[in-house]
Design a protein around this ligand. Structure first.
Ligand code: GAL
Length: 370
């Protein structure tokens, strides 16, 4: 009897000992570009992601990648993590799973990128938009997909995917000269040509984000026209469709990876150029109105490797918790040969006389913000 008790105690001791070894050390800082472990000690798997805050908890959604080059296709779905402090993340599992039904738009092996979730206060639903490429079709489908859930962590139900704004012409601020408006009788440049080509069936939608304004209106911002021009399109009050009102931004200049935020009534957007998985200089824009005109402002990054965004590509800009008017720039350092090893570069956004600036830091924490 004593022997059994002793061996039971020994077993319990070993279980708790190994648990404490496995338990993830509590983090109190960001380490851009380093392995970032979740509560299970596993590198966070949420690439091209975005974050939504709900009732004091932050939810991070991103592409779940697997090992190897195939890892850039959607073999699993959209992964979700939660956190109270932004340093320590709990694995909440797969929020949107790809389907085993090969006929589904989101069939396993499709390309499902840059998922972004927003909360709709009116419908009390969490709405997820993403860039979708149909199985086996490379990047030719260029669709926007949407899914919905009652809980932040899901499960999300896939609703539909399509090319937005079929048959709709862009919106222009009053006074925009005719020469700056797309004319499908005589397209003025390559990008206008793609726009006109896609007018009947809907506009291409690749790299994307979703932004909710203070008045509760939501906007879908995406690379369109063969990635030559960004579109900023209004969503319906339920956030599940496009209203048909949209603008074109920086026509013909190939902006990708858009991330939008607002400070003191001014809208800011960070994006990248278009060089696939390889990094390029970031670019930023600002506007007094969501419908523009958006002004191109150049590269916000400074210092060594600022010409390649420190090896990363923008994905989201997050308001810093409890620090009004302060923001965190989030980027991905892609690893196309072993997608699961992609790293996260989070850096503080600095404001300098109306400009934004981003600098590299090996380690930092939220006390950087006043
Ligand atoms: C990048 C884009 C990524 C992914 C990749 C594929 O430019 O930002 O989201 O689509 O191209 O090559």
């Amino acid at each position: 009897m004593l022997k059994t008790k002793l061996s039971l105690a020994l077993i319990l001791f070993f279980i708790s000992f190994s648990n404490s070894l496995l338990a993830q050390e509590k983090l109190n800082a960001f380490f851009p570009g380093k392995i970032w472990k979740d509560n299970n000690g596993v590198h966070i798997n949420a690439h091209g992601g975005g974050i939504v805050e709900y009732k004091g908890t932050y939810y991070w959604y991103g592409e779940h990648k697997i090992e190897g080059e195939k890892g850039n296709t959607a073999q699993v779905g959209v992964h979700c993590y939660s956190s109270k402090d932004l340093y320590n993340w709990k694995d909440e599992g797969i929020a949107l799973a790809v389907s085993d039904d090969l006929k589904s738009d989101i069939a396993k092996g499709c390309i499902l990128e840059r998922p972004k979730v927003v909360y709709n206060k009116k419908t009390k639903k969490f709405v997820m938009w993403f860039h979708l490429e149909l199985l086996g079709k490379g990047y030719e489908a260029a669709r926007a997909g949407v899914a919905v859930a009652d809980k932040a962590t899901g499960p999300y139900t896939f609703i539909k995917s399509y090319r937005p704004n079929a048959g709709k012409m862009p919106f222009y601020a009053s006074g925009t000269p005719l020469t700056e408006q797309v004319n499908c009788d005589k397209p003025a440049n390559k990008s206008d040509g793609f726009f006109c080509r896609d007018l009947p069936g809907g506009q291409m939608a690749r790299d994307m984000t979703v932004f909710v304004d203070d008045d509760g209106k939501a906007y879908h911002i995406f690379s369109s026209e063969e990635n030559f021009t960004l579109h900023l399109a209004e969503l319906t009050p339920d956030y599940l469709s496009h209203t048909g009102k949209f603008i074109r931004i920086y026509v013909g200049h190939q902006t990708e990876a858009p991330a939008l935020f607002k400070k003191d009534g001014t809208y800011y957007m960070v994006g990248s150029g278009c060089t696939g998985w390889a990094p390029n200089p970031a670019r930023w824009f600002k506007s007094k109105s969501i419908f523009g005109p958006w002004e191109f402002m150049g590269n916000p990054c400074e210092g060594e490797k600022s010409n390649i965004t420190y090896g990363g590509q923008s994905t989201h800009v997050l308001p810093a918790p409890g620090k009004k008017g302060e923001f965190i720039f989030m980027a991905d350092k892609w690893e196309p040969k072993n997608a699961i090893d992609g790293r996260y570069l989070w850096l503080p956004v600095k404001f300098d006389k109306g400009d934004i600036k981003i600098s590299w830091l090996d380690k930092w924490d939220l006390s950087i913000f006043k």
